[in-house]
Design a binder for this molecule. Sequence first.
Ligand code: 13P
Length: 252
Amino acid sequence: MRTKIVAGNWKMNNDLSASINLISEIKNSSIGKNFKTKIILCPPFTSLETANALLKGTKISLGAQNMYYEENGAYTGEISAKMLKSVGCEFVIIGHSERRTIFEESDEIINLKLKAALKNNLKPIFCIGETLEEREKDKTFDVIRRQVIDGLKDLSESEIQNIIFAYEPVWAIGTGKNATPYQAQEVHKFIRDLLQKEYSTYLSDNIIIQYGGSVKPDNASELMAQPDIDGALVGGACLRSDSFIKIVESAE
Ligand code: 13P
């Protein structure tokens, strides 16, 4: 039985005081305590250290939204895996579609980032997903296959076991238009079958695959009830404690 994982990707939202407020509300709610679902919060870099201090002693984990693949050096504006570890991150989102499109990250760069994260014992939340144009041209499975195969290039099965996959159809992100449970389940099953073919049944049975894209309190239960959907990567709805808490509750 796979654990459900709900992660909140705050994106470029919440300064330090807003972060403190949101984390306090979440950790003081019922979900901060005895929930089976694993909860991960991914605030912006500037709030990570404070978030780590606030989350100490809770079962809520901390993740970052991005990192660079080099260890250190002349890379102005970038943050390394070790730096994220040093402020208490256990997880890091890699390959989010906003990174792929706005910041032109290729599968090759994402592969380097996955390797660097794993080498430093950070667990990646590895995002994949097709655009609307790709879906309409019936290219969804080709795109997902390429993103998975190229993203995981040269990683061993034991390394891949530490990755959380997140299927986020680009057309469903921030649009209010979620994939239907059927559409999401179909792609999650495809990813699981691909991992079985490329690696093993063990990996395919145990890997966590989250769904992301307009997850809200009113669609979360139905999405997460699908056999191959193991939780959610939430954007807009994680910025208010009441909606984020409701989504976590529907994963239980
Ligand atoms: P929304 O929930 O706002 O659609 O964002 C999803 C997302 O990109 C999470 O990483």
